[in-house]
Design a protein around this ligand. Structure first.
Ligand SMILES: Nc1nc2c(c(=O)[nH]1)N(C=O)[C@@H](CNc1ccc(C(=O)N[C@@H](CCC(=O)O)C(=O)O)cc1)CN2
Ligand SMILES: Nc1nc2c(ncn2[C@@H]2O[C@H](COP(=O)(O)OP(=O)(O)OP(=O)(O)O)[C@@H](O)[C@H]2O)c(=O)[nH]1
Ligand SMILES: [Mg+2]
Length: 435
């Protein structure tokens, strides 16, 4: 093959494993045109699906037909990566995929790394890092709310917020440089005050974005709700009812559950891990005592505690914000402030599900503007805001510029405007192969 400008050709199966009608093999990079010609004779018209035989032509006994496939050709720059790209819509099947992969390797392409296609799209300026992360989240989304948040992010809503901040900071930095060119005595105080006000306003917006209770991060990751209470109140019965399967052992013996049992459900369009825990009590049993320790750990770390009891009065030491649930209302009424249910008689369960969904939505619902969705973003914005704080605290105007520049750099790393290789490896390493 002749040497080509641009990135070398890569290929990967873009569709998942398992039985399917079609498997999409994606190909991108310089020299894709030559590979396609070798494989299927002529290049299809750009962006039009064309049926082609795929041939291996390097066998001494003559050409071998590998598959009849729909082939798409995307000449640069109108492709996902921005490079010359192609798709082969193959008959899904291990032997077809293996034969076509071998043929592509023989023609000079190599298997792609995870996220390498999107990394090339980033390198070509077709999307920024925050948008690329949005695409990874879109593929990972399991619920409607996650899908909406990820699609907004991949569409550039969050990037526009961050780019807007960077643009304002750039202007303020220019003002700052102009300011220090004034001789001391001529320094117009109102101009300097305006700069400080703008800087403070920017810092304040960043702080508000940071102080949103981690809503976007919680939606992206999913929540944990812990079911806790005294032994035998029906915690495992509730887990099973909400999970709609017998995930945990239920018995009339107090102290049945020891290990924390986790079940994934969807409440209010948010993925929630429900955790059933050991009944809280003093116990001599070593195993049960460990179960109680784990239960207390979950009380501390869960996004919401479902505090369950089965008598007339709630327990005294219920954590703040817990959802109080009185089970076994077939035996007696629920006190004020508690949701009454009977798992045996299937009473009150809709009201409980509604309250849990409401809580899940409340913990994750976006406030004004697109939310922060990742620890990486949080760290970068915290760093930016802290440089702005330092800049604002400077007594000498000449000293402000350096911190403002560092704030700019931290923001630049966020969207990838300032490239740092190690950031890219972390971001794209999280993708699946073929994306
Ligand atoms: N078959 C197939 N389906 C797919 C994708 C794909 O690559 N192939 N996608 C990706 O993974 C997603 C769609 N995203 C895409 C984004 C941009 C371009 C693209 O070629 N853009 C060019 C041309 C646009 C045009 O012709 O109007 C461009 O923006 O310049 C393709 C897919 C989901 N579905
Ligand atoms: N009367 C009545 N009994 C119930 C109800 N729900 C559960 N039970 C019974 O209460 C007993 C304890 O239920 P579990 O779900 O095992 O209770 P638990 O809180 O997980 O208990 P530990 O794991 O020991 O802490 C079982 O015999 C259940 O059948 C209910 O709505 N009404
Ligand atoms: Mg139990």
């Amino acid at each position: 093959m002749t040497a080509q400008a641009g990135h070398p050709p890569i290929f990967a199966l873009a569709t998942g494993a398992g039985r399917a009608a079609i498997a999409v093999m994606r190909l991108s990079g310089a020299g894709c045109d030559a590979i396609l010609r070798a494989l299927c004779g002529t290049l299809p018209a750009p962006r039009q699906a064309s049926l082609r035989g795929l041939w291996r032509r390097d066998d001494p006994s003559g050409p071998i037909l590998l598959d009849r496939a729909l082939v798409l050709w995307f000449p640069a720059p109108r492709s996902y990566t921005g490079e010359d790209s192609a798709e082969l819509h193959l008959h899904a099947g291990p032997a077809v995929i293996a034969a076509v992969s071998d043929a592509l390797v023989a023609l000079g392409a190599r298997p792609a790394e995870p996220g390498e296609f999107t990394r090339r799209a980033f390198a070509g300026g077709r999307l920024d890092l925050v948008e690329a992360e949005g695409i990874a989240d879109l593929i990972a989304a399991e619920t409607e709310a996650q899908r909406r948040q990820a699609l907004d992010q991949s569409d550039g809503r969050l990037s526009r917020l961050y780019d807007g901040w960077a643009a304002r900071l750039r202007v303020l930095l220019a003002h700052q440089e102009a300011l220090i060119d004034f001789p001391d005595e001529d320094l117009p105080p109102e101009i300097e005050q305006a700069l400080l006000d703008d800087l403070a306003a920017l810092r304040c917006e960043m702080q508000a974005h940071l102080d949103d209770g981690g809503r976007g991060e919680k939606l992206r990751r999913g929540l944990t709700f812990a079911i806790v209470g005294a032994p035998n109140v029906g915690k495992s019965s509730l887990l099973n009812a909400l999970a709609e399967r017998e995930a945990a052992i239920v018995s009339s013996i107090a102290g049945t559950t020891r290990d924390a049992i986790e079940v994934r459900v969807v409440l209010g369009e948010v993925p929630v891990t429900l955790i059933d825990t050991a009944g809280l009590r003093d116990t001599q049993d070593e195993i049960e005592a460990e179960g109680v320790r784990r239960a207390l750990f979950h009380v501390k770390h869960a996004d919401c505690v479902i505090a369950m009891f089965d008598g007339e009065t709630p327990p005294a030491d219920v954590p703040k914000g817990a959802i109080l649930v009185r089970n076994k209302i077939d035996l007696g009424p629920a006190p004020d402030g508690a949701i009454g249910i009977s798992i045996h008689q299937d009473r009150g369960m809709d009201a409980l599900r509604a309250a849990l969904a409401e809580r899940a939505r409340g913990l994750t619902a976006a406030s004004a503007g697109p939310p922060l969705t990742r620890a990486r973003h949080r760290a970068a914005i915290e760093e930016t805001a802290s440089h702005l704080t330092t800049a604002l605290d400077m007594d000498w105007p000449e000293m402000r510029g350096e911190d403002m520049r560092q704030a700019m750099r931290a923001l630049g790393r966020l969207t990838g405007a300032v490239g740092v290789e190690e950031v890219l490896d972390t971001v794209f390493g999280q993708f699946c192969i073929g994306k």
